[in-house]
Design a protein around this ligand. Structure first.
Ligand SMILES: Nc1ncnc2[nH]cnc12
Ligand SMILES: [Zn+2]
Length: 335
C-alpha cells in the first residue's frame, strides 16, 4: 500500500509555506541575515518541537519565521517545499502564507509574495507542478489589521486566489472577521478558514454561516454535531484534515484515535494534508503512511481521499478531470 500511495498523483490543499521551513534552512538564513535563534544545533531545534497544543506550536513557528527577510529567502523556502512535492508526487498545491507574520516585522508584502510566486512559476516550468496561493489572516490580530492586509493584497490580486484564517483559534471565533471576509468575497477571493481544529462546532457553524467559506481547514470537531455532519455531507463541503498536525498538537492522543476514517465513512468530502510538515514530522506521504499503519483504511479509502484532493481544489473542472484521469491511470496499474 505504501508504494501505491507514493505513486498516486496528489493535490495538497492545506500547507502553510512558513511551516515547511526545515531547521537546516532556518540555520542557513539565520546566519546569512544575522538573526539570532535560540538553538545551537539542528538536533536542539528538533527537541524543541515537542508541543502540548496549538499555541505552544505557534510560539515556536512565529519565532522560526523571523529568519525570512529577503525575496530570495521566500524563494528558497518555497523551492524546498516544491522539491518535497516532487518527492511526494504532489502535482498541485494550494499554499497558505501569512503576510502579517512578515509585514509586522517590517518585511514588505511584495517581498513575501514575489519570492513565493517566482518559485511557483519555476515549479510549473521545471516539474509541471501547478499551484495557487491563499493568504491567511492571523486571527489573534485585530479586524482592523486584517482589513489593512486585505487592502495591501489588492496590488497582487492576480497571484492570490483566496483568503483564509489561521493562528490561535480558541478565543478568536470566525465572527470577529465576518466583515473582512464579506469584503474579500466582494473582491472576488475564494474563502477558506481554519475551524474546528481545537475549538468546538460553533466555530465551524460560524465559519460557514457568517464567513461563507467554501472549504473548512481541519474541521475534525464536526463529529460532535449530527446536524453539522448532515450539512457537510449533503453539501459535500470539503475538510482539509491534517493527521500529523492533529497528533503533534494533541488534538487526538494517538493515530488510532483519529476520527478521519469515521468522517470518511459518514460520507464527508475529506482530504489529507500536511499543514506544517517541517514541524510535524513529515510531508504528505508520511501522513498517509501513519494513517494506514493505525487505522483500518482500505485501498478504496486511499483512492477516495486522493481523488477528493483534486475535487476539493480550486482547479477548473477541466483540469480536475485531467488530474483525476492521471489518478485513475495509476489505480489501474495497481489493480
Ligand atoms: N495548524 C494550524 N492552525 C492554526 N494556525 C496555523 N498556522 C500554521 N499552522 C496552523
Ligand atoms: Zn493549518
Amino acid at each position: 500500500m505504501k508504494e501505491f500511495i507514493k505513486q498516486l498523483p496528489k493535490a495538497e490543499l492545506h500547507l502553510h509555506i512558513e511551516g515547511s521551513l526545515e531547521p537546516e534552512l532556518m540555520f542557513k538564513l539565520a546566519k546569512k541575515n544575522s538573526i539570532e535563534i535560540p538553538y545551537k544545533t539542528v538536533e536542539e531545534v528538533k527537541e524543541a518541537y515537542n508541543f502540548t497544543n496549538l499555541q505552544s506550536f505557534l510560539d515556536i513557528y512565529y519565532a522560526g519565521a523571523k529568519v525570512l527577510i529577503t525575496k530570495e529567502d521566500f524563494y528558497a523556502l518555497t523551492w524546498d517545499y516544491i522539491l518535497k512535492c516532487k518527492e511526494n508526487n504532489i502535482i498541485h498545491a494550494e499554499i497558505f502564507f501569512d503576510p502579517q507574520t512578515h509585514t509586522q516585522r517590517g518585511i514588505a508584502f511584495k517581498t513575501v509574495i514575489s519570492g513565493i510566486k517566482e518559485a511557483l512559476v519555476d515549479a510549473k516550468k521545471e516539474f509541471g507542478i501547478s499551484s495557487e496561493i491563499i493568504m491567511c489572516f492571523l486571527r489573534h490580530l485585530s479586524e482592523k489589521e486584517a482589513f489593512e492586509t486585505l487592502e495591501q493584497s489588492l496590488d497582487f490580486k492576480e497571484d492570490i486566489i483566496g483568503v483564509g484564517l489561521d493562528s490561535s483559534e480558541l478565543g478568536n471565533p470566525p465572527k470577529k472577521f465576518e466583515k473582512v471576509f464579506n469584503k474579500a468575497k466582494e473582491y472576488g477571493y475564494k474563502l477558506v478558514a481554519h475551524a474546528g481544529e481545537e475549538a468546538d462546532v460553533s466555530y465551524i457553524n460560524e465559519a460557514l454561516n457568517l464567513l461563507h467559506i467554501e472549504r473548512i481547514d481541519h474541521g475534525v470537531q464536526a463529529i460532535h454535531s449530527e446536524t453539522l455532519m448532515q450539512r457537510l455531507k449533503e453539501k459535500q463541503i470539503p475538510l482539509t484534515v491534517c493527521p500529523n498536525s492533529n497528533i503533534e498538537l494533541k488534538v487526538f492522543d494517538s493515530y488510532k484515535e483519529h476520527n478521519i476514517k469515521k468522517l470518511l465513512d459518514y460520507g464527508l468530502n475529506i482530504t489529507v494534508n500536511s499543514d506544517d510538515p517541517a514541524y510535524f514530522k513529515g510531508y504528505l506521504n508520511q501522513n498517509f503512511f501513519n494513517l494506514i499503519e493505525n487505522l483500518p483504511l482500505e485501498k478504496k479509502d486511499i483512492i477516495t481521499l486522493v481523488k477528493n484532493s483534486f475535487k476539493a481544489s480550486f482547479l477548473s473542472e477541466e483540469l480536475k478531470n485531467e488530474y483525476l484521469k492521471r489518478v485513475d491511470k495509476v489505480v489501474k496499474e495497481y489493480e
